[in-house]
Design a binder for this molecule. Sequence first.
Ligand code: NAD
Length: 354
Amino acid sequence: MLDAFTYEAPAQRVVFGRGKLSEVGEEVRRLGRSRALVLSTLPHEANARRLSDQLGPLAVGVFSGAVMHTPVEVTERALREVQDRRADCIVSLGGGSTTGLGKAIALQTGLDQVVIPTTYAGSEATPILGQTDGGRKTTLKDKAVLPEVVIYDVDLTLTLPPKLSASSGLNAMAHAVEALYAPEGNPVTSMLAEQGIAALACALPSIVANPTGIGARTDALFGAWACGTCLGTVGMSLHHKLCHVLGGTFDLPHAETHAIILPYAVAYNAAAAPEAMARIAHALSMNDAALGIFRLARKLGLPSGLHAIGLQEAALDQAADLAVASPYPNPAPLDRTRIRSLLQAAWKGEAPSL
Ligand code: NAD
């Protein structure tokens, strides 16, 4: 029998398909806006300029200074551009780093955002913003940062290199996995989670083999939307905490860290969340959730352990301390000794044990 539940649907318009970049102007007008500031990272500035040209008089400029983890000093520079150019909306073209900057601007100005994601990170689907100030990363949840419009253009993902596609795809999958054992879990989010995991598990190996295959790219981007929506609607647990600690304190790369940690966090929670495990395994078409994700990551050629992305073994004690420093919901009790063992296994890259 279905349990009672609460589900709050995000107030967001989603446009999905091939060639949808051409509809950005229409979406800006639909919001009643006419002075868009286009955001990107520096390597993607040329794409942002092309988009600005395409928007014509609807664009008032390009700010290409977005970087990973949304440092407040970058946001301040971008806010000056917003003011100088009297922008009345933000158009963010890029991955989670660019989306993060757009959200930080929206938080302070209330401007509408049109986001065109080019990775599978999923930030565009959430009211969550992570920012860094003086090297410290903090996260907030506020409806003001949820983008009004998301335009998923499959064509833009064709250039995402296979390795980045794989790690970004597992970053997305992590949102859905933890949604399946979240305390606020509900049937709508769980349905999306299973679909998101299944879409990515099927699409990512095809993308690694053939990065320009439209079918797999379409499925992966749909999976990224589904998984991102999960992240936006329920709370996350141990896996996201560990990745936050490893990224924030030891500056490890965001998506790869998620890709490495996920099977171990799942194994840690396996006995405490059997129903979620069955649903994850089913979505992966595997017998076991943790081993299924571990094998998928290996098949995709992802880094084999935290050692391979630059973490020193000596950092594991501090990481374990930080992971248990403040309480948060998790199916299995937060036990420092078990978490230290989890980190050791993830550092070496050995198969997760239950
Ligand atoms: P990113 O935006 O930095 O992109 C990763 C890399 O991919 C960059 O080198 C970028 O140049 C490249 N890239 C992006 N799109 C490309 C494309 N189509 N073709 C070729 N190269 C491309 O990082 P990300 O992994 O997308 O996002 C990570 C950031 O997002 C982190 O700061 C993380 O904290 C944040 N995030 C936030 C949320 C949230 O809900 N707040 C959710 C997920 C991630």
